[in-house]
Design a protein around this ligand. Structure first.
Ligand SMILES: Nc1ncnc2c1ncn2[C@@H]1O[C@H](COP(=O)(O)OP(=O)(O)OP(=O)(O)O)[C@@H](O)[C@H]1O
Ligand SMILES: [Mg+2]
Ligand SMILES: [Zn+2]
Length: 499
């Protein structure tokens, strides 16, 4: 008897339909598994045998052949247990073939027949919906499957329960608890007006940002307040980001939707694969976990130079492609890059509080760890000096996150009208730059004079224009005026320093 059921394999963050075929024929008892099974999939035979027995079903004592199709796709993970069990039951005539063909099965079995939760259920559920199939998955994964909306789901905690439940699937309710926890507030940061303004501009225009300052100046404190300034994720963005977390197995089981902007702060000792994705089987890295949010690289020069170089592709393309002999995967990775660093190894170069212990060569070497091409992609570079004690105790509270965010949202609306939905000034190409950042004669003269005096590269010049555009948008102005340009000129530490 031959039986066929549907399952799915995840490539990148996309689910692909897999057909699990089981043939039971006369001949010497045996179990053959074909179709590029990898790792855990290869070991499914023993799990299947024990799980079926413990669910009260006989394991056929004939010749069993299991085929996973298409054959050219590697099948990873343990979620093929459940479809294989159903294909076996159908081939053995225990469950009618007619009944199983409307479903996509996805789940791991333990030896006692229980269904164990798996990662990747969200992209699989979305695939099932597109294919007009119902989903059979572990009960613990049902809240995640529910995010696909309007998809009939049968969640079961045991194989026996899944068998008797066929035909009784229903559309699960989406849990929509958005916990009230807010991120830290900008008002808690005393002083640092320029750095706060830079956060506002970065949030408004989607500009990458670098803070440079001595230890304890509040760089990390400021950085953590950036996600709160960004507009809330829309439904599409939330689903995109949630799918990445699903594949990595980082979703909250009860409340799976990622609805807050991610803030990822990997340590500088991170491997290339950990940062940009990779490994075997390939997994999304931190840059993809930061998709639609913020990637914070604290102590930037401590990261290996090669590691930082790998960021260039995703910074340009908003995604990362990892090519392997057998398989090429692409992960989304559109993030705002936020970096912090000390001005030198000891941290006090240029500081009023303490004397820098570094030689000029050491200072130069420290900064040279950052490659020009990476710095070119960081529009805003801002010095964060230490706040002295009097300022900390005397200054009145500044604006709250909510107040600043209102201006950010208004500025984003202006950009979307000009550039299209979801796009920001930071993403403008040369054509758009020419079209939307044209200057009047007086402003042009001002900028040209500054460019000559400061010996700005063409790239630095365009960065400046983009920042000025965002500053004008924050001010609600259609034209870029002199004050916008003059403010933009302040955010370019590395163009000013010559070394
Ligand atoms: N402007 C500020 N307002 C209020 N508190 C501050 C400010 N600056 C620093 N602090 C306090 O000092 C602590 C250290 O700040 P933070 O860790 O952000 O410094 P940093 O610039 O990241 O230093 P490092 O270079 O050592 O990483 C903060 O947790 C905060 O309590
Ligand atoms: Mg810090
Ligand atoms: Zn120093």
């Amino acid at each position: 008897m031959l039986a066929k059921v549907y399952s799915a394999a995840i490539i990148g963050v996309e689910a692909h339909l897999i057909e699990v075929e089981v043939d039971i024929s006369q001949g010497l008892p045996g179990f053959t598994l074909v179709g590029l099974p990898q790792g855990a999939v290869k070991e499914s035979k023993e799990r299947l045998r024990a799980a079926l027995k413990n669910a009260g079903f006989p394991f056929p004592t004939q010749k069993i052949t299991v085929n996973l199709a298409p054959a050219d796709l590697k099948k990873e993970g343990s979620a093929f247990d459940l479809p294989m069990a159903f294909a076996l039951l159908a081939a053995a005539g225990i469950v009618p073939q007619e009944k199983v063909k409307r479903y996509l099965f996805f789940g791991e079995l333990s030896l006692d027949g229980r269904l164990k939760p798996v990662s990747g259920v969200l992209p699989v559920a979305l695939k099932a919906k597109r294919e007009k199939l119902s989903l059979v998955c572990p009960a613990e994964n049902v809240p995640e499957a529910a995010l696909a909306r309007d998809l009939p789901v049968l969640g079961a905690s045991h194989l026996a329960e899944a068998v008797t439940g066929l035909g009784h699937e229903k559309v699960p309710a989406v849990s929509s608890v958005k916990s009230e926890e807010k991120g830290p507030d900008l008002a808690e940061v005393v002083g640092q007006e320029q750095a706060k303004r830079a956060l506002e501009i970065a949030a408004a225009g989607g500009h990458n940002l670098l803070f440079i300052g001595p230890p304890g100046a509040g760089k990390t404190m400021l950085a953590r307040r950036l996600p709160g300034l960004l507009p809330p994720l829309n439904h599409q963005e939330a689903l995109e980001t949630s799918q990445i977390y699903s594949v990595v197995g980082l979703l909250n089981r009860e409340n799976p939707l990622v609805w807050q902007r991610p803030f990822r702060a990997p340590h500088h000792s991170i491997s290339d694969a950990g940062l940009i994705g990779g490994g075997n089987p390939p997994r999304p890295g931190e840059i993809s976990l930061a998709h639609n949010g913020v990637l914070f690289l604290d102590e930037l020069p401590e990261f290996r130079r090669n590691t930082l170089e790998t960021l260039r592709e995703p910074l340009e393309a908003g995604e990362i492609t990892i090519a392997r002999a057998q398989l090429t995967v692409t992960y989304p990775a559109r993030f705002l890059l936020l970096c912090a660093m000390n001005p030198c190894r000891c941290g006090y170069f240029g500081s009023k509080q303490r004397v820098c212990q570094c030689t000029p060569q050491e200072v130069r070497r420290y900064r040279h760890k950052l490659s020009g091409p990476l710095l070119d992609r960081i529009d805003l570079q801002v010095e964060v000096p230490a706040v002295d004690y009097d300022d900390l105790s005397l200054q009145r509270p500044g604006e709250t996150t909510a107040q600043v965010r209102e201006r950010v949202l208004a500025a984003r609306k202006r950009q979307e009208k000009r550039l299209g939905s979801g796009r920001t000034n930071a993403q403008m190409g040369t054509k758009e730059l020419k079209q939307f950042c044209s200057l009047k004669a007086k402003e042009r003269a001002l900028l040209d004079k500054a460019a000559r005096k400061l010996n700005l590269s063409a790239r630095a010049y365009y960065r400046l224009l983009k920042i000025a555009r965002t500053i004008a948008d924050l001010a609600g102005e259609e034209d870029i005026h002199a004050p916008h340009l003059l403010e933009a000129l302040q955010y370019r530490v590395f163009d000013r320093l010559t070394w």
